[in-house]
Design a protein around this ligand. Structure first.
Ligand SMILES: Nc1nc2c(ncn2[C@@H]2O[C@H](COP(=O)(O)OP(=O)(O)OP(=O)(O)O)[C@@H](O)[C@H]2O)c(=O)[nH]1
Ligand SMILES: [Mg+2]
Ligand SMILES: [Zn+2]
Length: 328
């Protein structure tokens, strides 16, 4: 449910003696030696239970069905990218980078736009239309006015693990408080000319919405990282996926940069953002050349990244530095 200093808080499938349903657990050292990291969302086996003290040790971690890199959450069935319509102002490039991180998990990606109360109805409509063209169904909500909360709660009450992720100050914790008022999570006002968040939430933690439905709050951060390979990028844009479904690109290994004859073309809103991300990935590759083989599999004429393997590798690096960035 949460990682607290050197301990993992583990929710039991069935309560034990005395109704104990959560245990504070240490990790067995042999877990550390095999390099196996434990994330929030992992299913684990515990042993050596001390019921009166509600303590135990984690003996094994089950294979994961999915992994969100940052915030590190395993086995999520839904990644909810949260952006504010105002305060802080919605930044399409930053939102795109969050959506890409979410898309890499391979699970359902939802988009929630908060602070709708700060925009006029026509401004709200403009964003709705724009993001619909990106291939998402944006859910506009306001923790203050209550707009959209009942519908969102119904979605999050479906079985599985959902995780809210997005920049600091967009109102993730406020949203969870509005949905689950008994929690009283800490929130704080955005500050400065750019209305930046203050990194109020410091840890990932899962909260029960309904039996079998868990929701994770997470610390906001500003710059999600991009995939390691230029070829991986295209499949993470719904607009590109859609265009390639209706007609295949005539170029092999095409990076869809708008060349004549490319099936993806350049007449779509995020084309510039796609090129921006592509350039960043290419610069990243140029900076750290590392020999790789494979990583892509051929399926139906197009290349698809082997997501799981790749994520597992990069997440190991990332888990060691799981701190909110204070930068930019
Ligand atoms: N006007 C308005 N303000 C909101 C709304 N939701 C949240 N806020 C305000 O936005 C500020 C930041 O909210 P938080 O819930 O702390 O944001 P967060 O996303 O959890 O931020 P981190 O924990 O730093 O990642 C607070 O001052 C909230 O009162 C909303 O729907 N409308
Ligand atoms: Mg928060
Ligand atoms: Zn192309």
């Amino acid at each position: 449910m949460a990682l607290e200093a050197n301990f993992c808080r583990v929710q039991l499938d069935r309560p034990g003696p005395g109704g104990v349903d959560q245990l504070l657990c240490v990790r067995r050292t042999r877990l550390g030696k095999t390099g196996q990291q434990i994330c929030v969302g992992d299913r684990v086996e515990v042993e050596g239970i001390d019921w009166p003290e509600a303590r135990a040790a984690i003996a094994a971690v089950a294979p994961r069905s999915s992994l969100l890199e940052r915030p590190a959450v395993a086995n999520c069935s839904r990644v909810v990218v949260v952006a504010a319509l105002a305060q802080p102002e919605l930044d399409p490039l930053q939102l795109t980078r969050f959506l890409l991180t979410a898309e890499r998990t391979g699970v359902a990606v939802e988009l929630v736009l908060t602070k709708a109360d700060l925009l006029s109805a026509s401004e709200q409509e403009q964003w709705r239309e724009r993001l619909t063209a990106w291939g998402y169904v944006p859910q506009l909500v306001s923790s203050q006015s209550g707009l959209g909360l009942a519908a969102l709660r119904a979605r999050l009450a479906q079985p599985g693990v959902s995780v809210l992720c997005g920049p600091s100050g967009v109102g993730k914790s406020s949203l969870i408080n509005a949905l689950l008022p008994q929690l009283r999570l800490r929130v704080s006002a955005v500050s400065g000319r750019l209305q930046r968040g203050r990194h109020t939430t410091r840890h990932v933690e899962l909260f029960p919405v309904e039996p079998g439905a868990l929701l994770a709050d997470s610390p906001g951060f500003n710059r999600p990282s991009l995939p390691a390979e230029p070829a991986e990028l295209g499949s993470l844009f719904p607009e590109i996926r859609q265009r390639l479904e209706s007609s295949a690109c005539q170029f092999k290994n095409c990076l869809h940069q708008g060349d004549p004859g490319c099936a993806v073309g350049s007449d779509w809103d995020r084309h510039g953002l796609y090129l921006n991300c592509l350039e960043s990935v290419q610069q990243q590759v140029a900076r750290q050349p590392r020999p790789r083989s494979g990583g892509l599999k051929q399926r139906g004429g197009k290349q698809e990244p082997l997501l799981d393997q790749r994520l597992r590798q990069s997440s190991r690096r990332r888990l060691r530095q799981e701190e909110p960035d204070e930068e930019g």
